[in-house]
Structure formats: C-alpha cells, structure tokens
Design a protein around this ligand. Sequence first.
Ligand code: CP
Ligand code: NVA
Length: 308
Amino acid sequence: MNHFLDIHTTDADALRGMIDHAKAMKDARAGRPKGAMDDEQPLAGHMVALIFEKPSTRTRVSFDVGVRQMGGQTMVLSGSDMQLGHGETIADTARVLSRYVDMIMIRTFDESVLHEMAEYASVPVINGLTDRTHPCQIMADILTYEEHRGPIKGKKVVWTGDGNNVCASFLHAAGQFGFDLTFTGPEKLDPEAEFVNFARSQGVEITIERDAEKAVAGADLVVADTWVSMHDAQSARERRHNLLRPYRVDRKLMGLAKEDALFMHCLPAHRGEEVTNNVMDGPHSVVFDEAENRLHAQKAVMRWCLGL
Ligand code: CP
Ligand code: NVA
C-alpha cells in the first residue's frame, strides 16, 4: 500500500504512471453516463472515508463519484462532526478508521494532521488539500495540460498571484515532471523557499519575476488561484487584494503568453478578482477540463495507493 501525501515525496515514475493510467481510464469510459460503472471494478468491496475539515465541491464530489465508478463505497465525514474535532487524537482516529475502511482521504488545515494520520493508519491516506499543498489538484492539471498540448516536460508554466498551497504543489510538480516555472506575485506572498529549492534541486528553472507582463511572455501555461485561501484570515482580505491586484489575469496579460498557451485555475474562481470573465470563458481556458480531470486523476491515485 502507498500513501499519496505530496508530489515531491512520491516517486516520479509512479506519478508518470498515474497520469498515463488516468488517461487510459478516462478514454475507456468516454461517452458513458457519469453513473455508469467502469468495466474494471478494482474497488469492489472497498470502503473509502472522505474527511473534510474545510469546505469542498470538486474534491468531495470527484472522489465520491470516482470510488463508485470503480465499484467501491464512500462515507463523507465532516471533521467537526467527528470526535477528531472534539479532542480525540489524530493517531487514535487513524487507528480506529483503519479497522473500518480501506482508504482515507483527508482535507485539513495543518499538514501535521495529514502526516500523523498517515503514520498511524494501516490503510492508505490521501492528501485532499492542506494549508501547504494540494497534490491531487496538480495531478489533474498535468493530465489536462498533456491532453491538450502533449508532454509538459520542458514547458514554461507561469504561476500568478499568491505563492499558496496549490503553487507549492506546482513547484513540486515542476521538479518531478521536468517543466520550468515562473512565479509572479508580490514578495510578501512568495512561495516558501523549501518548495522553490526542491524544484531547483531537480534541475528545472524556477524564476521569480515581480513584473507580471515580463513573467507571462512566452508562457505555455498561465495559472491563477484565489487571492484569499481557506486558511487565510478574512481580516487579511483587503491587504491581500491590494498586493495582488497587479497580478490579475486579464485578456491583455493572457495575450502576452504564447498564442496557444492554456489558462488554468483550480477553482473556485473569484471572477473579476484573480481572473476576468473573458479569460475564464475565453479560448485559452481549460478550467472545466481541469475540474473534470480531478475525477480521472484521483481514480488512478486511489488504484496506486491500493496497489490495484
Ligand atoms: N479545486 C478544489 O480543490 O476545489 P474544492 O475546494 O471545491 O474541492
Ligand atoms: N488555495 C485555495 C485552493 C482551493 C481549492 C485554498 O486553499 O483555499
């Protein structure tokens, strides 16, 4: 069994294999109704717990549907309704859940919760987002890029705005999948040095460019995310908006990237803030393919975790 905790701690060949497997599974069920079962039912007889300590639309629904398409069953648990939210330790929760379910997906705040869950669970644990990383999102993003434009290796990805949890997993993916990444955002919201250093240690080029227009020149992929993440204090909202406004992706900025560049956003988007409507709904945007590919990518992740 394998845990899927982060992109940089998962073997690069295994990551590549999961992307290829996801694509094959997606192709195999093309045109079928969403509720149709896959031909293969590797999760038959398996129960998966989906724990959410933060809100979710995509992660929640895509994991739930994915497990069912592969023949398994799910239970969706809200952290605050569990004893976990009332003082039971993570370790004890992990031990107990491992007696009932075959796999655990958790969305939480501090990544120490995820790591403690993985340490004490005897079943695979999947990171469904923490304050620091969002690896499942990036698996869907790589799948989406490659479906539209072929191998991402050697391409130029530009991250705009906040150096947040999704940006961190993009930096990890740059190292593991071999693409260059330019971060453009205010210095106060730079990604942590640890994430940048990991990518650089893998031999890819990581550039920090404060000028968004310069950063986007020649980009194959431009990525935006919310300016205020779920773990950010609402009191910081105005300060963040003021810092991040120069990094909004509008048609003019997107027009400076390569002609065939893609635009991605993990969603939920705040239209008119980090991205304008004409980019979200414009010809470069693949944001809804990304959302769909959460389903396909995570099915491959779950099979890898269970060795199925
Ligand atoms: N992108 C993403 O993780 O969306 P949700 O917060 O809706 O799960
Ligand atoms: N950075 C965002 C991603 C949401 C999927 C957040 O953590 O709120």
